[in-house]
Design a protein around this ligand. Sequence first.
Ligand code: GLN
Length: 495
Amino acid sequence: MHLTDLTITQAHQGLINKKFSAIELARAYLDKIKKSDKDIFAYLTITEKLALKQAKEIDDLISKGKRLPLLAGIPVAIKDNIMTEDIKCTAGSKILDNYIAPYDATVIKRLRGQGCIILGKTNLDEFAMGSSCENSAFGPTKNPCDLTRVPGGSSGGSAAAVASDECVFALGSDTGGSIRLPASFCGVVGLKPTYGAVSRYGLIAFASSLDQIGPLAKSVEDCKIVFDAIKGKDEMDSTSVKLNTDLGRSGLLKETRPPKNLRIGVPKEYFIKGMDSEVEKVIKNAIKKYEEMGAKIKEISLPHTEYALAVYYIISTAEASANLARYDGIKYGKSKANNKQQAKNNLLDTYLQTRGEGFGKEVRRRIMLGTYTLSAGYYDAYYLRAQKVRTLIKQDFDNAFKQVDPVRKKSSNGVDVILSSVSPFPAFKIGEKTKDPLTMYLSDIFNVSVNLAGLPALSLPCGKIGKLPIGLQIIGKPFEEDKILEVGRAFEENV
Ligand code: GLN
């Protein structure tokens, strides 16, 4: 087995048993990046010096006989919208192409605390707006399974880095599918945590009520290890939640069978006209495997699914238009003004020119959409109504999970997890959907409801069409990450 094939636990074993050093491990990945990233373009920045310095520190600890956490010495790639102190952080945008992060995001602090080795920053759709990684101002990432196809977005660089063995695991962010879709297209495992499970401090905001950071990795167990390391309350993010960490047995998943008496819901609205029939077959087959493993399968209904994309594109663009107001050529990043005096004399021109040239087409489209739906005359008709439908979408899931009996008001008969496809189709050709934003938006039709409802969901490779991987989505109740990981692991182990 090669050093760049290892999972977290395998690499950890190798390090503590001195089969190889942390420096050798980091070198192996840096060499792999040099060799294959010319074609894939997963990385925007490679932090070789930092990685080797961190690896040396871990080797020193090993030689002193210190006990190491599971993540010590493990090389990681970070999506370039997560701030990493003293390293460039572009969010895939020209407007930030000279921006150096002044502090570490909380997730980075936590990974550093465990001794992770930071290899670099990965490509993404500009400000995480996209489904294919083609909206990056620095050029598209390619899918390692087929270089003529997209890796999915927006965390396409992170998924491609994991899939091409250019890191052991990566961090991504998911606002409306951006961890799950690229995980599915590239054949890796991705976890979108419950809203509030992971701190957003230091994540460049796209839509604050939807954004969550999560892992992309080679196995379900690796996702669990990373999630345990980054989750939990953070003073710097008031929406983060104190989790009962004792309940979430840190470290490894012990069970390899699906939980006893597992009840799986399959929403009929997630098998739609227009879905690729091969994808449908692969997903139905995966669901059958669960049945064979002893799970009870039940058809359920999430009746407001048909509004999910519309609601998502109203709420996310509204929030984006507010979040992106800070890039004005004065406070952050690039400016069209050459100096302060010039900016002061021509403040409006500075704003308009900086934003006009700094933002790409998709970002400008979303700022306009968001500004429109928040404007005085349209707020009630669009934004307010979308928020109401968002509640209905969340109630659909509540009903599926606990199905309150309307007469006795007692919950009964709910399902434990919900299964669906991550995407209606496999990875598409580069350029295939760039001309038509609406068909591009359809890529996340099965993903956005999960963000609107704040739920956790796993994307798990469950089959292939030719060489193109297909992802199974496992959706859970709030804060039941361990349950969906266990359910995912059962498939990984037995199928
Ligand atoms: N594809 C969706 C969008 O373009 C989701 C993006 C994301 O999750 N960051 O908004």
